[in-house]
Design a protein around this ligand. Structure first.
Ligand SMILES: Cc1ncc(COP(=O)(O)O)c(C=O)c1O
Length: 296
């Protein structure tokens, strides 16, 4: 969140900030909160619909999105969006929250974005024992701005967190490739379950998204609380993208800071379940899920 906070420091009163609303609920709320206080013009636009890319306003100063989106894992064309924004305003800042895609599988800066942002609390750490944020940029002016904001704002990682992150990065590739394998297998498994209405998994086009690790969504036919309580291996909590498999309800968790009306606007319902796969044996994970479906 502090990394997102730092990017917003670039904007000035009256600037136009465009956001795709299919993002982490707290990021959405932070953008609204800061925009209201500092007088930014905040515009919601779902440009995961290709036809909406041309609706991005000409005076856009910053554009913020996640791809694959959260929830539903829709893909947003980073190259097209960046081109459209820069044609109108070459100094505009394109910010991609690349947390879920990770630098292993998606490179926003190579596709025209200015900032690739990560919650290092997730895959970078992978062990739920670190909180950190990462900003990557290939623009000198932005690197200088971020450096100053970090220095004067004290938004600095502690030595212990930096050390733990470095340790975790040594296994990023191994962890993610295993999680990718398990997630793809679990997608097929879930698609065969009668109590699963729909599974959401991203499109791996090999061009923008070269692979995908371990988080998916599905719509459950049945009571989420009962389902969750019947699970043993999948844990509940805010952690995800870690070595432990996690279950969560975006409605009451990641998107709790959105109003019911805002959730409706992004088609988020209470029956949407998020699963994040860890490094457990996939057969054990399947047994755990089957047991939980049986209690419904
Ligand atoms: C995509 C994304 N970006 C940013 C954040 C914020 O991360 P942190 O909790 O490390 O501040 C999250 C947290 O869930 C997230 O999912």
């Amino acid at each position: 969140m502090s990394a997102i906070f730092m990017t917003l420091e670039i904007l000035r009163p009256g600037d136009t900030l465009v956001v795709n609303p299919f993002i982490y609920g707290c990021s959405y709320r932070l953008l609204q909160r800061i925009s209201a206080r500092r007088g930014f013009k905040l515009i919601d636009l779902d440009f995961s619909e290709d036809s909406n890319i041309e609706k991005i306003p000409a005076d856009t100063k910053m554009i913020f999105f996640e791809t694959p989106t959260n929830p539903f894992l829709k893909s947003i064309d980073i190259e097209k969006v960046s081109r459209c924004v820069k044609e109108q305003n070459p100094d505009a800042v394109v910010v991609v929250d690349n947390t879920w895609a990770t630098p292993l599988f998606q490179h926003p800066l190579e596709l025209g974005a200015d900032v690739s942002l990560h919650s290092g609390t997730k895959y970078f750490s992978g062990h739920s024992d670190v909180m950190n944020g990462v900003l990557m940029t290939n623009r000198e002016d932005l690197a200088e701005e971020f450096g100053e904001t970090r220095f004067y704002g004290g938004l600095v990682l502690s030595p212990e967190n930096a050390w733990l992150t470095r340790r975790s990065l040594q296994t990023l590739d191994l962890r993610l490739k295993q999680q990718q394998k398990v997630c793809a297998e679990m997608k097929d498994f879930l698609n065969q379950q009668p109590l699963v209405e729909k599974v959401y998994y991203p499109k791996i086009d090999g061009k923008q998204l070269k692979g995908y690790a371990g988080i998916l969504f599905f719509e459950l036919k049945g009571d989420y609380q009962k389902f969750k309580q019947a699970l043993n291996i999948f844990k509940t909590g805010t952690a995800m993208a870690c070595v432990t498999s996690m279950v969560a309800q975006p409605w009451s968790g990641s998107h709790a800071s959105m109003t019911d009306e805002e959730k409706k606007q992004i088609n988020l319902r209470e029956n949407l379940v998020r699963l994040s796969f860890g490094l457990e044996n996939p057969d054990d994970l399947k047994k755990d899920l089957l047991g939980a479906f049986q209690v419904l």
